[in-house]
Design a protein around this ligand. Structure first.
Ligand code: BJW
Length: 318
């Protein structure tokens, strides 16, 4: 099957993947991103929201919460043109290797140049891409809630590009290299070629990302886990919820009493366990909350106006 044929067959089931495949990916003679069919069972659930609407109980939680945790995955960037790893019954393959193989600690030891080829390709693909409506809406939330924590498994930097601050990047960043010897980290500037060797000690550098079999940055994960354990509302957006320990964060939040809402066009292992599953694309679902924000801002303004006029009357009486 050619890449174009694969793209066509994906249109029915996959969201956000097509523009990337038709564009930069298809143009590369080296790219062999063949999406292998996997056995995925999609069953309807009584608790799923099939229409794009916000339930009353979620609306109430959203309006009242002050501590919010958002966990995002590849799906949040899909509408920007970033291919996901899984989803639509498919899984990414690079040059005949499942991504679990090429994105693994073992491959860094065995063939670092092959790992670099895979990451250099993806960095070039990401370079011109921009945040979408989902990233923008999430960025708006940080100033709305008194305690807002954004935890992402994504390495693409699109949350930061949308204006999100203090993002916990659990799986690192494609925009940094790390020295395999002294562990020094360096930014990759889009205007310059990336470093081939460590500017400090001369040892080889590798992508500063967390591959399979590697430990997550302890500080980022601990802080994310602490936020999960104390949040009131937890959104899980665009992740297959398969990769641990990130996938454990919603479980932690729910066990501590938070309301957990998933946003994903497909069902995941979390769908039956969370409090609400909004079946839809992040870029379509999340903007619904922007109206809610305006609505609640209007409510807050109305309350302030009422309070003020009451104060005025009380003052006048005195
Ligand atoms: C949309 C959408 C739209 C589409 N809108 N949504 C416990 C149990 C079992 C195994 C383990 C365990 N603990 C640890 C493990 C091992 C392993 C693991 O979890 N394996 C499982 C797969 C079974 N974990 C690890 O190895 C982690 N390390 C670790 O735990 O260290 C301790 C340890 C060491 C050794 C042994 C044991 C423990 C490290 C994990 C690092 C993952 N790294 C990757 C690659 C990063 C580099 C790269 O980019 O190449 O990170 S893997 C890949 O998966 C990537 C992602 O961040 C991660 C999660 O994927 P994500 O984001 O969920 O994307 P997809 O593609 O899976 O899903 C996209 C979703 O979007 C789909 O659901 C779509 O429907 C949806 N979607 N369009 C909204 N428009």
């Amino acid at each position: 099957m050619t890449i174009q044929e694969t793209a066509r067959s994906n249109t029915k089931t996959s969201v956000g993947r097509l523009p990337a495949i038709r564009g930069s990916l298809a143009a590369s003679p080296h790219f062999l991103n063949i999406f292998r069919p996997r056995s995925v069972t999609i069953e309807p659930s009584m608790r799923s929201v099939t229409e794009l609407s916000i339930s009353e109980r979620l609306r109430q939680r959203f309006l009242k919460a002050s501590r919010i945790l958002v966990l995002t995955g590849a799906g949040v960037s899909a509408e920007s043109g970033v291919p996901t790893f899984r989803g639509g019954g498919n899984s990414t393959v690079w040059k005949g290797m499942p991504f679990e193989v090429i994105s693994s600690a073992r491959m860094v030891d065995q063939d670092l140049s092959a790992v670099w080829e895979w990451f250099d390709f993806r960095r070039n693909l990401l370079q011109p891409l921009n945040p979408n409506r989902a990233h923008n809406e999430i960025a708006n939330w940080q100033d709305r809630f008194s305690e807002f924590t954004l935890v992402t498994q994504n390495i693409d930097g699109l949350h930061q590009k949308a204006g999100s601050r203090d993002v916990f990047e659990l799986h690192g960043s494609i925009w940094r290299v790390r020295c395999v010897s002294c562990q020094a980290r360096f930014e990759i500037l889009s205007s310059q070629p990336r470093a081939e060797a460590c500017p400090d000690c001369g040892a080889p550098v590798r992508p500063d990302v967390v591959l399979f079999g590697e430990i997550l940055p302890a500080c980022a994960f601990e802080q994310a886990a602490a936020a999960a354990a104390t949040c009131e509302l937890c959104f899980v957006i665009g992740t297959s919820a398969l990769v641990y320990p990130a996938a454990g964060l919603p479980e932690l939040a729910q066990a501590a009493g938070a309301f957990v809402c998933e946003v994903n066009p497909e069902r995941t292992p979390l769908s039956d366990r969370c409090d609400e599953s909004m079946l839809g694309r992040a870029g379509e679902v999340l903007p619904l909350f922007s109206n809610l924000s305006k609505e609640s801002d209007a409510q807050a303004t109305a309350t302030r106006v009422r309070t003020k006029s009451l104060e005025t009357r009380l003052t006048a009486k005195d």
